[in-house]
Design a protein around this ligand. Structure first.
Ligand code: CAA
Ligand code: NAD
Length: 283
């Protein structure tokens, strides 16, 4: 089986930064790259600050923190990914953008390397077909925030080989994640159930229920750690809308239609916590 020592992560947003942090802390040489230089800088800074906080809380020794940071490198360009054994893609949730990146990567990265996508909802089979290495392509769907959440959904495309599945499961295990095997259907397991619930909460908001009442109802009434509107802001309203559009289009059922109020928020540029405003405001 392919031995994985170096992991390249593309996309240094909230998911890519979290994946790179966990990768470096799990002993992998880790490369992180983003098309947007400012995002790469802030993603790297957020990893440093998370590791510093863990050190202050005594959750990680000074030595382990230093070696995790030593293993992490912000790549100057995508060509540095040539030596990666596994590349995890965590960029914007749009098929065309992901497919273009995979095409570029397939020319740069050694042919034996495995590619994984952290997509929330796009067909792994379709991405695999665009990757130039369909047998060595798999879905590794991490949950947000990556360093905290235990779950990893693994999704095999139609073309994914058993060896690729086993190698990615071993990586997940070394990262301390518990895997579930999902089928390659829009939204996999978690988002197929979670995202319609969050969309329904936005319909209630649109009908006039106060946001704090919706969130308190679900927190205190169903023991969720955060209410659905706070969770929507946390995930990113742009990402949530992309997922709903894919569920709606691919499953062909109107129960997945995105709430018009969500569309308006995204049009306004209110993408949630990452832009400082969503259903709530953030300083
Ligand atoms: N990165 C790293 N660590 C974080 C973090 C982040 N962004 N946010 C919080 N943490 C850590 C904190 O440092 C703290 O660690 P310690 O216990 O070691 O002190 C711990 O998490 C708890 O944090 P807080 O005390 O600050 O706050 P909290 O108890 O309210 O927990 C939360 C925060 C973990 C985010 C919690 O509210 C939660 O679990 N929310 C639900 C998250 C969820 O549902 N995620 C799935 C989203 S769906 C998805 O990911 C799939 C998709 O495709 C959209
Ligand atoms: P984000 O908006 O925080 O970050 C996306 C990053 O991708 C940005 O920094 C952007 O500059 C970069 N990017 C865009 N196009 C690029 C390209 N062509 N090449 C390199 N970098 C590029 O998004 P996110 O929340 O981190 O989501 C990333 C992926 O993870 C999406 O597929 C999303 O569906 C999935 N995901 C998100 C969550 C969540 O809760 N937000 C959870 C699980 C999975």
């Amino acid at each position: 089986m392919a031995r994985i020592e170096t992991i390249g992560v593309v996309g240094a947003g909230q998911m890519g930064a979290g994946i790179a942090q966990v990768s470096a802390q799990s002993g992998y040489q880790t490369l992180l790259w983003d098309a947007n230089g400012a995002a790469l800088e802030s993603g790297t800074a957020s990893i440093r600050s998370q590791i510093q906080k863990m050190k202050e809380k005594g959750k990680i020794t000074d030595k382990d923190a230093a070696s995790a940071l030593d293993r992490l490198k912000a790549a100057g360009s995508l060509s540095e990914f040539a030596k990666a054994d596994l590349v995890i893609e965590a960029i914007v949730e749009k098929f065309e953008v992901k497919a273009a990146l995979l095409g570029e990567l397939s020319n740069l990265v050694q042919p034996d390397a495995i590619f994984a996508s952290n997509t929330s909802s796009i067909s792994i089979t379709r991405l695999a077909a665009a990757s130039g290495r369909p047998e060595r392509f798999i879905g590794m769907h991490f949950m947000n925030p990556v360093p905290v959440m235990k779950l990893l959904e693994i999704i095999r495309g139609l073309q994914t080989s058993q060896e690729t599945y086993e190698a990615s499961s071993q990586v997940a295990e070394r990262m301390g994640k518990t895997c579930v095997l999902a089928i390659d259907s829009p939204g996999f397991i978690v988002n197929r159930i979670l995202v319609p619930m969050v969309n329904e909460a936005i319909f209630l908001l649109q009908e006039g229920v106060r946001p704090e009442d919706i969130d308190n109802a679900m927190k205190l009434g169903t023991n969720q750690p955060m209410g659905p509107l706070a969770l929507a802001d946390f995930v990113g309203l742009d990402t949530l809308l992309f997922i709903l559009q894919i569920l709606h289009r691919e499953l062909g059922d109107d129960k997945y239609r995105p709430c018009p109020l969500l569309i308006k928020y995204v049009e306004a540029g209110w993408h949630g916590k990452k832009t400082g405003r969503g259903f709530y405001t953030y300083s």
